[in-house]
Ligand binder design. Structure first.
Ligand code: MN
Length: 347
């Protein structure tokens, strides 16, 4: 029943999207700078959908790179070549799409003077998105993968095993196995994809090997972690893999006495912030907006959100000042500014 309702919702949109893709020769799909499994899977699925209506060559690009070991394993399994956006000539493509992010979101590198033709996302709408030829923004969905699964179903496309496996992993990863920001549509997509997916590969991706540096970052994350009331936060300093910020925020939220977790780190002249909450009535996205202030960009969902603040290049003082501000704002907005903070672990 739920599946049928979702399908009916997607049908008119699907026809329009297929119309936009019809007859295109070259498609560029832009992802977040540091793509997560949901973005990677959605891109693979959109490529499949485009192929079903057009003899189109698809290029997938992002402004940064695929950092997390699990995500690298997923990309390898899908046989995708995720290119650097800076090295592709955007105007040479006759169709431009964005999945799991939007123009103006601040987490992708597409210049605002080149609007995508297609935007499919589950984050709150950004105003430039309204000016695109085709957009589908479903804020209440747990993942963009769920939306792409509905499109493939409506278009009657037979989903190849690797794409089904990736979509399933994308849904699980964005919803933390349905523990956060998930709705019935996500569960329906999961159930429909499960028989086709490759379970052995899913297990392998989840246990992907990590570089030694991973443990080093983990150690400093725990050593720097501090608690105040039901809040916990840590600062990773300068990092080489920006995906660690979200991963550490997830880890800290597992603390039984914590309701709010925040992790920040400096990467490539930007201060990255990740917030997680177990308080289902709260809005992590709104908190991130207040934390990054006017200097930064950010957003997300009720349980998870991220943001970024550009730093003054090569100014170590600015890094320290901004990090301090971010931590202060986090604690102040959660009413813990007056509390003394404690180290999470004894060093
Ligand atoms: Mn997503």
């Amino acid at each position: 029943m739920g599946e049928r309702v979702a399908k009916q919702q997607s049908e008119p949109k699907c026809e329009r999207l297929l119309g936009v893709l019809q007859g295109r020769k070259t498609l560029l799909i832009v992802l977040q700078d540091y793509p997560d499994p949901d973005a990677i899977a959605a891109a693979a699925a959109l490529r499949e959908l485009a192929r079903s209506v057009s003899d189109v060559t698809t290029t997938i690009a992002c402004g940064g790179f695929v950092g997390r070991a699990e995500n690298q394993a997923l990309v390898k399994y899908l046989g995708l070549n995720v290119q650097r956006l800076q090295s592709v000539v955007v105007r040479q493509f006759d169709c431009l799409a964005m999945v799991d992010t939007q123009p103006g979101a601040g987490n992708n590198a597409l210049p605002l003077d080149r609007l995508p033709d297609i935007v499919i996302d589950h984050h709150p709408i950004q105003s430039p998105t309204r000016k695109t030829l085709f957009s589908d923004i479903r804020k209440h969905y747990g993942s963009t993968s769920t939306m792409l699964h509905e499109y493939l179903q409506c278009a009657g496309v037979e989903i190849p095993v690797p794409v089904a496996t990736a979509l399933l992993y994308g849904i699980r990863s964005d919803t933390a196995d349905f523990g956060r920001d998930a709705m019935q549509a996500d569960i329906n997509a999961f159930l429909s994809l499960y028989p086709t997916s490759n379970k052995r590969i899913l297990g392998r991706i989840g246990m992907a090997r990590v570089p030694r540096e991973y443990f080093q970052v983990m150690m400093s994350a725990l050593r720097n972690a501090r608690t105040a009331g039901d809040c916990i936060y840590t600062d990773l300093g300068v990092i080489t893999n920006p995906d660690m910020v979200a991963e550490i925020a997830d880890l800290l939220l597992r603390d039984a006495e914590t309701c709010w977790a925040m992790c920040c780190a400096c990467y490539g002249g930007t201060l990255l912030v990740s917030v997680r909450t177990s308080d289902l009535a709260s809005d992590a996205g709104a908190l991130v907006h207040r934390i990054v202030g006017r200097r930064g960009t950010g957003g997300g969902h009720s349980a998870m959100a991220g943001g970024q603040i550009p730093l003054k290049q090569g100014d170590a003082k600015d890094v320290r000042k901004m990090t301090k501000t971010v931590i202060e704002r986090f604690l102040r907005h959660l009413g813990e500014a007056e509390e003394p903070t404690c180290a999470l672990v004894k060093s």
